[in-house]
Ligand binder design. Structure first.
Ligand code: SF4
Length: 382
């Protein structure tokens, strides 16, 4: 952890560490193993903790995943966080074994649709308080609260994110739960910078977890994240960070090393000014993978997509490669071409049009076909 000038945010304790309140910026990461595979998950938690992760996050989607937590807890001293996805009620199963719960406001609509989101947040906060857990309100560009989206113009992606985060802070404060931080993530570092600056201006007291989601493979993923962190952390914004990288399970500690390197450079004033990370050229985004990946061929596929598309490097086209069917469809919305992986097939999307699912050994030629068409269409119109 590195000492940097900080905004005066509230202190939020997460297990043995605290963020905000002048504490050092804590790098964190997330496991990508199948959570129910206790030996594999514990090995990864241990590796991340040893690399210096202040918090290690684990995805929990099912009772089976939740049942693995006591054994994981018993095997590590790492501060543990979990992601509550659609099934917010899993909070009661997981909170006794972890230090922090993350919920996504955009995911509180999928279950018990008739129940107001406020009741769900109160439930989560009560469970967190009863189990000595902190909370993160994790807003993500690909899964924004649909009710908030309706209130803003279709091309305003940051307004709904910001409004959703502020609304949840207001509710948590109103019910007396202040042990929380917020994250506002996008795959475009410029949007990450803007939305976090706007949030920090409105709520300078709330600690922020910074990250560029689906940043992709190193080195591009590190460069994109560095751009956002330099602009924010240099202004005192950010209390904990994650560098999301598409790397194999064995290489996950690279996320912590990258975070520490960026923080050290910012602290020493070694900041880059302008870096071309693909806004006027080919931009490949890919998620960092997690336990929701159903076929580990995803990591190789992400690499192969990058290699195969190198011939199009001068074209301003964004291709998104996502590891799962849960978040893949939404997270690829802003890409020109989107892929998301299932157990045996890879889904392909062009803009918002779904083109079908293709076996792993057939997806690259199909992607190339669509990429060629896109390049040809843009060449004709320019
Ligand atoms: S897109 Fe799916 S596999 Fe990738 S990090 Fe997000 S939830 Fe995990």
């Amino acid at each position: 952890m590195v000492e940097l000038r900080r905004n005066p945010t509230r202190e939020v304790r997460i297990g043995r560490i605290a963020i905000g309140g002048g504490h050092p910026i804590a790098p964190q990461s997330m496991t990508a193993t199948q959570t129910a595979d206790v030996p594999a998950t514990l090995e990864q938690v241990t590796a991340l903790h040893a690399a210096g992760a202040g918090v290690v996050r684990i995805a929990v989607d099912s009772k089976k995943d939740a049942a693995a937590l006591p054994a994981i807890r018993a095997g590590t001293e790492a501060n543990l966080a979990i992601d509550l996805q659609e099934n917010y009620r899993l909070a009661t199963d997981v909170a006794p074994h972890v230090d922090k719960l993350r919920y996504n406001p955009g995911h509180l609509y999928h279950h018990e649709r008739e129940k107001p989101w406020q009741d769900k947040v109160k439930f989560i906060a009560e469970v967190a308080a009863a189990n000595d857990c902190a909370l993160r309100v994790g807003v993500n560009c690909g899964s924004v609260d649909p009710a908030k989206k309706e209130q803003f113009a279709a091309d305003d992606s940051l307004g709904p994110m910001l409004a959703s985060a502020l609304e949840h802070c207001e509710l948590l404060d109103a019910i007396g739960f202040t042990r929380y931080c917020v994250s506002l993530k996008d795959s475009d570092p410029r949007k990450v910078i803007e939305v976090n600056r706007r949030f920090a201006a409105e709520r300078p007291d709330v600690p922020l977890h910074l990250g560029v989601t689906e940043a992709g493979m190193p080195p591009d993923g590190i460069i994109k994240t560095r751009i956002a962190f330099e602009q924010l952390i240099s202004r005192g914004i950010g209390d904990t960070v994650r560098v999301s990288l598409t790397v194999s399970n064995a290489d996950k500690p690279q996320e912590i090393a990258a975070a520490n390197a960026i923080l050290a450079d910012i602290a020493a004033g070694r900041v880059r000014s302008v870096v071309d990370y693909g806004l006027s050229t080919l931009n490949i985004i890919s998620c960092p993978s997690c336990s929701r990946v159903e076929n580990e061929a995803f990591i190789d596929l992400a690499k192969q997509v990058k290699e195969m598309t190198a011939y199009a490097s001068e074209h301003a086209i964004t291709i998104a490669v996502m590891g799962c069917r849960v978040n893949g469809p939404g997270e690829t919305d802003d890409a020109d071409l989107g892929l998301w992986c299932g157990p045996t097939h890879v889904n392909l999307k062009k803009g918002s049009a779904e083109l079908g699912a293709f076996p792993y050994d057939a997806i690259l030629p199909r992607l190339r076909e669509e990429l060629d068409k896109l390049i040809a269409a843009r060449t004709v119109t320019t």
